[in-house]
Design a protein around this ligand. Structure first.
Ligand SMILES: CCCCCCCCCCCC(=O)SCCNC(=O)CCNC(=O)[C@H](O)C(C)(C)COP(=O)(O)OP(=O)(O)OC[C@H]1O[C@@H](n2cnc3c(N)ncnc32)[C@H](O)[C@@H]1OP(=O)(O)O
Length: 166
């Protein structure tokens, strides 16, 4: 059984100012998007870039949809997780309420993509965010917008983290 209070304490410490350019800590070790200990995950590494976040990322064979092409769900996962890093800078936990992705061109297995995300607005509990995924040649491969809703850290503690509860 995971030590949820300790885990939540480490999360709270992540919601603080990080220097521009700094690599941002994973949400937790087993996170599908960024956890270093999730064998099925993307191990996304994000950094602060001004008021937003950025990452370089290559999808591998675990994330294939059509042959050679990254599964759309994998693209959405990585974008959603990148938004999760943005929350550190905003200073409050939040969860995805709506996520949209425009798939403009195939993302290819093995290519290294550049991702950026930023906050575009805030209204009460709602955070409006946007992201881009750009190919090495500068082509825009996917764009996204999302609505996150701020929550207290207790939102996560109520249910535990299944991957850590075994
Ligand atoms: C420790 C930290 C670790 C942080 C770790 C971070 C990890 C990041 C990982 C990536 C992110 C994820 O995967 S997050 C996991 C996936 N997402 C989830 O599990 C969320 C599941 N949904 C929920 O739990 C709930 O629906 C909530 C908490 C989001 C909201 O519930 P609620 O309080 O009942 O509120 P609800 O009525 O649903 O709507 C909230 C507000 O959003 C508005 N709203 C709803 N849809 C839209 C929309 N499309 N466009 C505009 N606005 C919208 C509503 O009008 C309302 O506005 P108003 O009336 O307030 O004005």
């Amino acid at each position: 059984m995971a030590d949820m209070p300790a885990l939540l304490a480490t999360w709270e410490q992540k919601f603080r100012p990080h220097p521009d350019g700094a690599e941002l800590p994973a949400h937790h070790d087993h996170c599908l998007g960024c956890g270093p200990d999730n064998p099925h995950g993307h191990r996304l590494q994000a950094r602060r870039q001004g008021d937003g976040v950025a990452a370089s990322h290559a999808f591998d064979e675990r994330h294939v949809g059509a042959p050679g092409i990254v599964h759309g769900g994998a693209v959405a996962t990585v974008i959603d997780d990148l938004y999760g890093f943005l929350l550190y800078l905003v200073g409050t936990p939040a969860v995805t309420r709506q996520l949209t992705v425009d798939y403009l061109a195939p993302a290819l297995i093995g290519a290294t993509y550049h991702l950026e995300a930023s906050v575009t607005g805030r209204e009460g509990r709602k955070l409006f965010v946007a992201a881009t995924l750009t190919a090495p040649d500068g082509r825009s491969v996917a764009t996204s917008t999302a609505v996150f809703v701020t929550v207290g850290v207790d939102h996560f503690g109520r249910r535990g983290v299944p991957s850590l509860d075994a």
